[in-house]
Design a protein around this ligand. Structure first.
Ligand code: FCB
Length: 444
């Protein structure tokens, strides 16, 4: 497999996110985000770790952008920390915060790297959470104010925009299970948060399109291929419900198909938060859809689980041959299945895999990180992406998650996903074998 197999226009990249890398949590007028607050709550993050410094990207961004170039990666996806630009969420912008992103964008362009910017990768200003965050419909106008400002300042140089990162994860983990910020639980938080996130995609998508000339507007979705635990009817039905929740809840309203209530009846309760004009406001014709896949899920029927009546059978219990530090099964066909699934929707101009990668317990030995498992993971997943491409499916790009090891949300720092190893005490970087492999792959 060589790069050329994917054709001359295939987009190659690497992805990252502000909260996971920047650190400098209160520098230069930045306001606190929900993640700054959540990481301080007892028992929420493994080892009570926090992201006050993380990868020090705020101060060391030039070196890390230089790593992107050294690895021959033409596209760098990063996100903007909303509370850096609007410390209170709305109102007076913080010029120093915006200036940081001006420098990051210019830094990319100077090194010949195309910046891809995500507007919301989970770090909501805490001031807005105090007004309900995503459960409050005003989030639409708050985000419009933030996005309008950022896009009008960076849109002359940034042409690739993504509205949200994985709405299913930040609303599910953050507003239903309470395992991510802001740590809220239950359907009375989840349903309004989900509906407002769905509306935000169209609302902000339209705004970007009207502001940015020659831009491409996208948004990104998490997805896992869902396999029933057995061929018994009840497990197959459970898998259909889980698929509606995990893979379809956000893409279908965007495509004008409405929420997948026919396959997951519990979703009908979302309608309580619908206003008259919403049905028309949900759809938006994105230029590209980012899909982010790491694994598959095996689903069994479970009458005790409310709403879903289904449960995920953990990889560890299934005795799978390979498992990552996240406890996720290594299952390369999943990415092919997801590209196929999303390609079967009409009206998606193109799919880009905006995240794929793996965490393993790396060790540094004589200044080297021989991460054979990660390298193999990437090769095997790319082979599946190529298979999808050769089958004529709609995939046009691939971004590795992620450049450097970083703060993996509730997992803290043990889950290392980087192509470049980070010593979090010294901030020293060492390119891993997987990074060297990607560099060689992209060099031809
Ligand atoms: C995705 C997130 C990203 C990272 C990877 C491992 O769900 O978008 O920030 O944490 O998982």
């Amino acid at each position: 497999m060589v790069k050329e197999d994917f054709g001359p226009h295939f987009e190659w990249g690497v992805s990252s996110a502000a909260f996971q890398t920047e650190g400098a949590w209160d520098a230069d007028g930045k306001g606190p985000s929900i993640w700054d607050v959540f990481t301080n709550r007892k028992g929420k993050i493994k080892g009570a770790q926090h992201a006050c410094t993380a990868c020090n990207f705020y101060y060391g961004y030039q070196q890390d952008i230089a790593w992107v170039r050294k690895l021959n990666i033409p596209n760098f996806r990063f996100s903007i920390a909303w509370p850096r630009v609007f410390p209170k969420g709305v109102g007076k912008p913080n010029l120093k915060g915006l200036d940081f992103y001006n420098r990051v964008v210019d830094g990319c362009l100077e090194q010949g790297i195309t910046p891809w910017v995500t507007l919301y990768h989970w770090d909501l200003p805490q001031a807005l959470q105090e007004k309900g965050g995503w459960t409050n419909r005003d989030i639409l106008s708050w985000m419009e104010e933030y996005a309008g400002y950022v896009v009008s300042r960076l849109g002359d140089r940034v042409k690739r925009w993504m509205v949200l990162n994985e709405p299913a994860v930040f609303t599910g983990a953050g507003y239903f299970f309470g395992v991510h910020a802001p740590g809220l639980t239950g359907v009375r938080n989840f349903f309004p948060a989900a509906h407002h996130a769905a509306l935000a995609m169209g609302r902000i998508g339209r705004l970007i399109r009207s502001e940015v000339q020659n831009g491409e507007v996208g948004t990104t979705f998490s997805c896992s291929s869902i396999h029933p635990a057995s061929s018994r009817r009840r497990d197959v039905d459970a898998a259909i419900r889980a698929d509606a929740l995990i893979n379809r809840l956000f893409i279908e309203p965007v495509l004008g198909l409405g929420y997948p209530t026919a396959d997951l009846k519990a979703l009908a309760a979302i309608e309580k938060y619908m206003q008259a004009e919403d049905e028309k406001a949900l759809p938006f014709d994105f230029d590209f859809i980012g899909i982010q896949n790491y694994t598959r899920e095996v689903v069994a029927s479970s009458p005790f689980v409310p709403y879903l009546q289904a449960r995920l059978v953990p990889a560890i219990k299934r005795k799978v041959p390979a498992i990552t530090a996240m406890g996720w099964e290594v299952f390369p066909p999943a990415i092919y299945e997801m590209i196929k699934k999303f390609s079967s929707y009409p009206n998606i101009p193109k799919l880009i895999v905006t995240e794929n990668g793996a965490a393993f317990a790396d060790t540094v030995l004589d200044g080297q990180v021989k991460d054979a498992e990660r390298k193999q993971y990437l090769i095997d997943h790319l082979a599946q992406v190529l298979r999808a491409k050769q089958d004529g499916l709609n995939v046009h790009g691939y971004f590795v998650w992620t450049l450097t090891d970083n703060f993996e949300w509730a997992e803290g720092y043990h889950a290392r996903f980087g192509l470049v190893h980070v010593d979090f005490d010294t901030q020293q970087r060492i390119v891993k074998d997987s990074g060297k492999w990607y560099r060689t792959f992209l060099s031809r």
